[in-house]
Ligand binder design. Structure first.
Ligand code: THG
Length: 602
């Protein structure tokens, strides 16, 4: 990430002001159908009234006038008029083919306006943020209550349309990108992945702002995540800022911005609606009323960027500008690196914290019952197994569909999409388990939370390993690394630590992979097989756990506990007793997660 951009330095010195609502300002012009079309879209086949984004082409003088008003009011950052300028939203107006033109036109207009102000007052640089809205579709929710596994849009489709929009904004010359009004985190993850690829392809990156919206008083997103869970889901991307916009008014957002501000090391932003909607669905909180709340955020040093969303006008921004000028700056806290997972809720895994049980039973090769239910497409009962695990204390669930009789990729997607619709299960993070790379990726594309990939290894060499890690990081997941290399599986202490050390150094130093997102699995192998060379497997595993915790900072260690006792299949009493003794020692040595049958743990 290009931290040398001047906006980073500026944010360390003072609070910046974002502009107000484009939509509300456009409304004041009272445009009719002809007003939207102007003489540019005279024969377009569908109605264009309400298509605000098209005005950057058909009525550029209006858009410039609005930008200039906000700049005069004191905005440091103005947003391009491109909230809906993506192929999904533009399809409603039969103009997805114009996405590129709309975005480049909007970026240029906004840049012309800031350039004017920057020339006349070079002491105060003004920036253009390329606005990218949420699209009208959600990747992690079904629009059809009778078909909870259905999705109107996929991660890949969103990734593609966001890439198109981001590239046009980039080419149009915006200074920043702003992914905003996020109501489904999976949409946001698709956008961030597209932006990551764009910056790679252009060999140049811009600062990226991210702003999400909570739709109920408890502070959840539309797709059900808490503020904490949302933050964990998107923190893999080196954001300029993260914040809240739209939704309820400033007053209602206060507890949520406070939580976000304390949890994140990024700069923070807030640009609420002008209060709660009135009976007509309009936002009419007056500037002085709204300013009371914004001023409190500034006094508590919760935010670095303030502005307005629906219903806010030039007058609001004028007052915010006055408040920002005298405000003390928020210094983002230093957040200690730690694994932080999420489903609908956050699961922090701090150093020295609780042992995390991972439910092993939603695995077609680990449970005959689950395998049968999936083969019979009895997904309700298959979900009941997941639910039971969570009720029995699983903090994460492992999902594995690897079976010769199944299309693992298809089943993974069906099951994870159905699971997302069950809040009592989806509250926990998911570990996507497969020996096939395509299945792992298909699974990640269904997760709005921060999950784990289970697993990758050095089996196919360093290049394949680093390539896979880069993709996993881009998708915002943590990764389980098995102690396996080109020579095979590590089965003694020396081989275990040799491979884990090598994998760690590669990931951290060469792959720039966050060490806290690595979970080592040094192979829990079966003891009591009757072969003497297997007798020391458990002890060697435990020794290697201690070594990893001591020598590979911030990495977690996990393992499949039930593997230990395969020799006693059918004799669950013995098996569970072995597991509990093994865990007693392994946890002491630093094992902080493990795949278990949560219902059976003594
Ligand atoms: N490391 C990592 N992932 C893993 C493993 C590991 N994933 C799979 C496996 N190992 C962990 N999961 C299980 C799940 C179930 C069982 C063992 C490990 C198990 N099942 C009973 C059996 O086979 O006897 C099934 C009984 C039944 O059908 O109900 O023991 O090590 N990273």
């Amino acid at each position: 990430m290009n931290k040398s951009h001047p906006v980073y330095e500026l944010l360390q010195a003072r609070v910046l002001v974002l502009d107000g609502a484009m939509g509300t300002m456009i409304q004041q012009y009272g445009l009719d159908e002809q007003g939207y079309r102007s003489d540019v879209f005279t024969s377009h086949p569908s109605a264009l009234k309400g298509n605000n984004d098209i005005l950057s082409i058909s009525r550029p003088e209006i858009i410039k006038e609005i930008h200039n008003q906000f700049l005069e009011a004191g905005a440091d950052i103005i947003e391009t008029n491109t909230f809906n300028a993506n192929a999904v939203s533009m399809a409603d107006y039969k103009m997805p083919h114009l996405v590129r033109d709309i975005n480049t036109a909007a970026a240029r207009l906004a840049k012309e306006c800031t350039a004017g102000f920057n020339r006349s007052d070079p002491s105060r640089p003004r920036f253009v943020a390329g606005a990218m809205g949420p699209t009208g579709k959600t990747a992690s929710l079904s629009p059809d209550v009778n078909d909870p596994g259905f999705r109107a849009v996929t991660f890949d489709q969103l990734n593609k349309i966001y890439y198109e929009q981001a590239e046009a904004l980039f080419d149009g010359g915006t200074d920043l990108l702003l992914v905003e009004t996020v109501f489904d985190t999976l949409n946001a993850k698709a956008a961030l992945s597209a932006i990551n690829r764009l910056f790679y392809n252009k060999q140049k990156s811009l600062p990226v702002m991210l702003s999400f919206t909570v739709t109920d008083a408890s502070g959840r997103t539309l797709s059900g995540q808490t503020v904490e869970a949302f933050l964990y889901s998107v923190s893999h991307f080196p954001l300029l800022s993260i914040g809240l916009n739209c939704a309820m008014g400033a007053k209602e957002l206060s507890v949520h911005i406070e939580e976000l501000s304390h949890r994140t090391g990024f700069f923070t932003s807030i640009y609420p609606n002008a209060g709660l909607p009135n009976q007509l669905g309009e936002y009419d909180e007056r500037p002085e009323e709204m300013a009371v709340h914004i001023e409190k955020f500034l006094q508590k040093k919760l935010v670095n960027i303030i502005g307005g969303c629906c219903g806010t006008t030039r007058k609001h921004i004028e007052i915010f500008h006055k408040l920002a000028r005298k405000a003390e700056v928020r210094i983002p806290p230093v957040i200690k690196p730690a694994l932080r997972l999420s489903g609908l809720e956050g699961l922090p895994v701090p150093e020295g914290g609780d042992f995390i049980n991972i439910g092993e039973r939603t695995n077609v090769s680990g449970s005959r019952k689950f395998a049968r239910l999936i083969r019979e497409e009895n997904y309700d009962e298959a979900l009941a197994i997941a639910r039971e695990q969570v009720e029995n204390g699983a903090r994460v669930i492992d999902v594995n569909m690897d079976d010769a009789m199944l299309d693992a990729e298809k089943e993974m997607v069906i099951f994870l999409n159905l699971l997302a619709a069950e809040p009592d299960i989806a509250k926990v993070p998911v570990m996507v388990d497969s020996s096939k790379w395509t299945v792992l990726i298909a699974g990640l594309k269904c997760l709005q939370g921060k999950g784990m990939v289970n697993s990758i290894s050095l089996k196919e060499g360093e290049n394949a390993f680093l390539e896979q890690a880069a993709i996993i990081k881009d998708m915002g997941a943590a990764v389980v690394v098995m102690a396996f290399d080109e020579q095979g599986q590590a089965d003694n202490f020396e081989r275990r630590i040799e491979i884990c050390k090598r994998a760690y150094d590669l990931l951290v130093n060469k792959g720039n992979f966050p060490p806290e997102d690595i979970i080592f699995d040094p192979n829990i192998l079966t003891i009591c097989t009757g072969m003497e060379e297997h007798d020391n497997y458990a002890v060697d595993f435990i020794k290697s756990v201690g070594w990893i915790k001591k020598n590979l900072p911030y990495a977690s260690v996990s393992g499949g506990i039930s593997n230990l006792s395969f020799s006693f299949r059918g004799n669950n009493h013995i098996r569970e007793a072995m597991h509990v003794v093994f865990l007693y020692h392994a946890i002491k040595a630093g094992l902080n997660m493990g795949l278990v049958n949560p219902g059976a743990l003594m």
